[in-house]
Design a protein around this ligand. Structure first.
Ligand SMILES: Nc1ncnc2c1ncn2[C@@H]1O[C@H](COP(=O)(O)OP(=O)(O)O)[C@@H](O)[C@H]1O
Ligand SMILES: [Mg+2]
Length: 245
């Protein structure tokens, strides 16, 4: 469904991605993993049209989308959900969700999807008239995923949905990402929490130095000695430090 070939991009003259190849088949959950600052968010920004692609191709549903305008990409059903803090704090939860449906004119469909989001995340329904600024970190993350769903996406790009959240909240959010995928939405999830991401995804890519270093079935990577040494140990230590602070 999404195919990235030889992607090169960066900021100003600084090149970040140096020929990145990856593919996300329809209906699957694929993870893009790697340490802080390795270019994961940069990759998502290039796919969403937020930064210019220098070289390479991005295909969505068989159509070239590299260097198309962000709203053109959104209209094709490819929706990026950025890291949690990206809500409108002075709007209510429900207003935030309705913003996600801005490209749509089918009112009954929008109303149905609002109920669907409330079914995934009942706490958002409880708080629907509350200002988004009063939500907890986990609730904000649910809100931005919900807002993405309100666009009726074919595919969602999720940028670190577990960042800075307690393990119990991460489990809840990941269970819902799984439900969303089973409802037919293709998912590319970027994560630093490698262990959790390998449980969620069926296939994963690990990025280093602007390219894909390792790729494979999530189950295989979970048991791969190199992956264990380089990524699983470190990640668990890092995240537990975060949880305890
Ligand atoms: N807007 C920007 N301008 C300049 N450099 C940036 C910008 N955003 C990110 N970078 C740099 O690009 C590199 C990759 O960043 P990013 O894609 O955010 O990494 P990740 O999401 O994997 O943590 C980092 O070195 C970062 O400092
Ligand atoms: Mg990032």
């Amino acid at each position: 469904m999404l195919k990235v070939t030889g992607l090169e991009t960066g900021y100003g003259r600084v090149q970040i991605l140096r020929g990145l190849d990856m593919e996300v088949p329809q209906g699957r959950i694929v993870a893009l993993l790697g340490g802080n600052g390795t270019g994961k968010s940069t990759m998502l920004r290039a796919v969403s049209g937020l930064i210019r692609v220098w070289n390479g191709q991005i295909e969505f549903n068989g159509e070239r989308i590299d260097n198309k305008a962000p709203d053109q990409i959104v209209r094709r059903g490819l929706i990026q959900v950025t890291q949690g803090k990206d809500s409108y704090p002075s709007m209510t939860v429900e207003e935030n969700l309705k913003v996600g449906a801005f490209t749509r004119s089918d009112k009954p469909g929008v109303a149905r999807d609002l109920e669907r989001v409330y079914d995934y995340f009942p706490v958002l329904k409880e708080r629907r008239r509350q200002l988004a600024g009063t939500l907890s970190g986990g609730e904000v993350q649910m809100l931005v995923i919900g807002r993405g769903l309100m666009a009726a996406p074919k595919m969602m790009l999720l940028d670190e949905p577990s960042a800075a959240l307690a393990p119990k909240v991460v489990l809840d959010i990941f269970a819902n990402i799984n439900r969303i995928a089973r409802s037919g939405v293709t998912i590319l999830v970027v994560e630093q929490n490698v262990r959790m991401a390998l449980i969620l995804a069926s296939y994963a890519y690990i990025i280093r130095d602007g390219r894909i270093l390792i790729e494979g079935d999530a189950d295989d990577l979970m048991h791969d000695e190199n992956v264990k040494m380089s990524f699983l140990g470190g990640t668990v230590a890092d995240s537990s430090r975060e949880y305890m602070s």
